[in-house]
Design a protein around this ligand. Structure first.
Ligand code: ADP
Ligand code: TRP
Length: 328
């Protein structure tokens, strides 16, 4: 069966964009592929050398994954730092990764600019560790956003280079898995394009009703249409896009019709939108809190995932060692 691997850095809560953009596809993927979902906690040391309560942040993500419906019986949910096999592959890949190509990576140059006092070797070799994450399971499909394209290109290059150097076909080239058309780009409510953590405009699955209402009521709007059936400006279209994914079709049609008749009241639209987002998030939020209150259960899921990941990793490493010429 084809293998899918997804990695996430433990940098915060999941928002509606993550849910409709990625999680919904994950829920489908888990039915069709052998999936590994891991949390890249070692990667976070490249930017945060003292990661604070990293165990807590990792547990939070696992709780959110489970609350969204990822099933640990079907997929492996694991923590990067629990599966030390990846370090050995990282080492082999680094021996065949060149300074020039690593220095040319856009993300490296960007980070070097952002943290000039900490241009560390981990940052430089971020793409090799990421390639090791992927090649460790000989994954073929990797769901990633556009910003990861260059890292994916490096992973393919390292896979090819290994195969050429050692005259083998051990590693398949991993491809970026673009989500099907069902993945919708969720806009922010501040009129600034997409919803995102770093954009500071996110509605989080774990937000409570009051927080959601407050955020939605602050959404940017305009003075309203003056011509019937006019095209919606971006800020208004944004509200409708979210309405389309969280509300009933009748609700969407109702406000759309009001808009087309120039009779829309944005206050009403926002109130309804807020309530529908609350209704969507509340059951997920409740499950998140329930899982989050049970660290033992979370840790058991991670341990079970790590077992599966180690099994697959040691199979790969046995072949890698033998191929290079070490005792396997
Ligand atoms: P963020 O930093 O905003 O959480 P990430 O870049 O970490 O976003 O996103 C992880 C995944 O979630 C992406 O690969 C993408 O598929 C999805 N995603 C993020 N934001 C959105 C959005 N606004 N709309 C749709 N999908 C999104
Ligand atoms: N670099 C990815 C990000 O910033 C996280 C990541 C690390 C990853 N290793 C990976 C993603 C392996 C996919 C596969 O989002």
């Amino acid at each position: 069966m084809e293998i899918v691997l997804s990695g996430i850095r433990p940098t915060g809560h999941l928002h509606l964009g993550n849910y409709f953009g990625a999680m919904k596809s994950f829920l489908q993927l888990q039915e069709e592929y052998a999936c590994f979902f891991f949390i890249a906690d070692w990667h976070s040391l490249t930017t945060h050398p003292r990661p604070g309560n990293i165990v807590g942040s990792v547990r939070e993500i696992i709780a959110e994954y489970l609350a969204c419906g990822l099933d640990p019986e079907k997929v492996a949910i694991y923590v990067q730092s629990d599966v030390k096999e990846v370090l050995e592959l990282y080492l082999y890949l680094n021996m065949n990764a060149y300074l020039g190509e690593l220095e040319r990576t856009t993300t490296f140059k960007e980070k070097a600019r952002q943290q000039p006092d900490n241009v560390n070797a981990g940052l430089l070799t971020y793409p090799t560790l990421m390639a090791a994450d992927i090649l460790l399971h000989r994954a073929r499909k990797v769901p990633v956003g556009k910003d990861q394209e260059q890292n994916m290109e490096m992973a393919r290059r390292f896979a090819r280079r290994f195969n050429t150097t050692y005259e083998c076909e051990l590693f398949p080239e991993p491809e970026s898995f673009t989500f099907s058309r069902s993945a919708i780009k969720i806009p922010g409510l501040d009129g600034s394009g997409k919803m995102g953590k770093s954009e500071g405009n996110a509605l989080y699955l774990v937000d409570d009703a009051t927080t959601i209402r407050k955020k939605v009521m602050k959404a940017v709007t305009d003075n309203g249409p003056t011509e019937p059936n006019s095209t919606k400006p971006e800020v208004i279209q944004n509200l409708f896009t979210i309405l389309e994914v969280v509300s009933a079709p009748e609700v969407y049609d109702h406000f759309n019709e009001q808009y087309n008749r120039c009779a829309i009241r944005y206050g009403d639209l926002k109130k309804q939108l807020a309530e529908d987002i609350v209704a969507f998030c509340t059951p997920i939020r409740e499950r998140i809190l329930e899982y989050a209150s049970d660290a033992t259960r979370i840790d058991k899921v991670a341990a079970q995932g790590a077992d599966k990941a180690r099994e697959s990793a040691s199979r790969t490493l046995r072949e890698v060692r033998r191929t290079i010429g070490f005792r396997s």
